[in-house]
Design a protein around this ligand. Structure first.
Ligand SMILES: Cc1cc2nc3c(=O)[nH]c(=O)nc-3n(C[C@H](O)[C@H](O)[C@H](O)COP(=O)(O)OP(=O)(O)OC[C@H]3O[C@@H](n4cnc5c(N)ncnc54)[C@H](O)[C@@H]3O)c2cc1C
Length: 329
């Protein structure tokens, strides 16, 4: 088996899925960028313009006429075949996949086919003293983090939680690109067919890509205060988030939920208002660089994670904070 880390990336509407640049960062934890190969299943329409500055040693384009259609996005049977084929050819030591819908299916099928180990939903990666991958993943409903290491010598397949790593910055130059004609590969067995795709509606900046997120929790007491959070979001160019308690109460849609059973985010600044900082919430924002918390309970767990904290009633603190931000505009 040769050395090297392979990223299985996804292409959406001719561009890179947001997880791809996060996976590039994740790969940097366990290998030199020059040893990293990014594989993408593409059809003839893919022009490769989005690959500039991607920061990997090599890109392999798995060309298949159906790669751009719903047939690949929906059920992943063809994508699995393409990935298994290229892994067999390139023999990487580690395959990194985003834990998206497609990535969850493909990583599990790849590991089963190759007799490889699979670590899923990982939020951190490192190499152990034997050069094998050690992963960190939330366990027990997000109330603890566990570190696992791959034993033995075989292929290591790792799915990475979207949002767990920051998006890699662009670097100078374009990587070597190899195109492999995969048109002879077909999905085998009973292939399910994608019937419909429902695009999730979201207001404002998408949570997973936002540099600033403002989230509200049960402490807001109802849906109306979320309008004040939206106002602050508008001033900061931020995305609106929420705790599960606020979403379960119907104050804000579940697609705003941050946490173990919601979305993982990695903004530079995360502002929480009336959120206690339960472990399941923190599981979704552990890679936020700076947490700013507003809560009336000085013992709230959120303050043990926050860089800046204000102990007080949000109804007094938030308008003053928003007014101060507005003055800076
Ligand atoms: C399997 C599982 C998965 C879960 N997944 C998630 C998840 O993905 N995301 C998630 O968020 N939770 C999740 N939870 C729920 C989680 O355990 C907490 O119950 C939830 O995060 C609490 O939300 P909260 O912080 O808004 O509410 P609370 O814990 O009730 O905190 C409210 C906070 O508001 C403060 N407050 C009250 N009034 C004011 C005021 N006037 N001014 C300022 N502060 C005030 C309080 O002091 C308190 O700190 C999960 C739970 C389980 C069991």
């Amino acid at each position: 088996m040769s050395d090297g880390v392979m990223i299985v990336g996804e292409v959406v509407d001719g561009g890179l899925h947001p997880t791809v640049r996060q996976l590039v960062n994740a790969a940097g934890q366990i290998g030199e960028s020059s040893e990293v190969t990014l594989c993408l299943a593409v059809d003839g329409a893919f022009d490769g313009g989005c690959l500039e500055g991607i920061g990997v040693g090599k890109v392999v384009l798995l060309e298949h006429p159906d790669a751009g259609s719903d047939g690949i996005g929906g059920v992943y049977s063809l994508l699995t075949e393409l990935v298994c084929e290229v892994v067999g050819r390139l023999e990487p030591t580690v395959v990194l996949v985003g834990k998206t819908d497609a990535g969850s299916v493909v990583s599990a099928r790849l590991a089963a086919r190759m007799g490889a180990g699979l670590a899923s939903d990982c939020i951190d990666l490192a190499l152990n003293s034997h050069g094998r991958v050690a992963v960190t993943r939330p366990v027990h409903g997000g109330s603890a983090l566990a570190v696992y290491e791959f034993a033995g010598e075989g292929l290591q397949v790792v799915s990475v939680r979207p949002g767990a790593f920051e998006v890699a910055q662009s670097v100078a130059g374009t990587p070597d690109v190899e195109r492999i004609d995969m048109s002879s590969v077909s999905a085998s067995g009973a292939v399910p067919v994608l019937v419909e795709t429902v695009v999730e509606e979201s207001e404002g900046v998408p949570l997973e890509q936002a540099d600033v997120v403002v989230s509200g929790g049960r402490g807001l007491g109802g849906p109306e205060p979320f309008d004040q959070l939206r106002e602050l979001c508008g001033l900061l160019g931020a995305a609106l988030g929420a705790s599960r308690a606020a979403c379960d109460a119907g104050w804000v849609d579940h697609n705003h939920q941050v946490g173990l059973t919601g979305k993982s985010i990695s903004p530079t600044t995360y502002i929480t208002v009336g959120i206690s900082g339960a472990s399941q919430h923190m599981a979704g924002c552990s890679s936020a660089r700076n947490i700013v918390a507003i809560d009336k309970d000085r013992e709230a767990n959120i303050f043990s994670h926050a860089r800046y904290g204000v102990v007080g009633d949000w109804a007094k603190v938030l308008p003053a904070f928003t007014a101060a931000v507005a003055e800076l505009e």
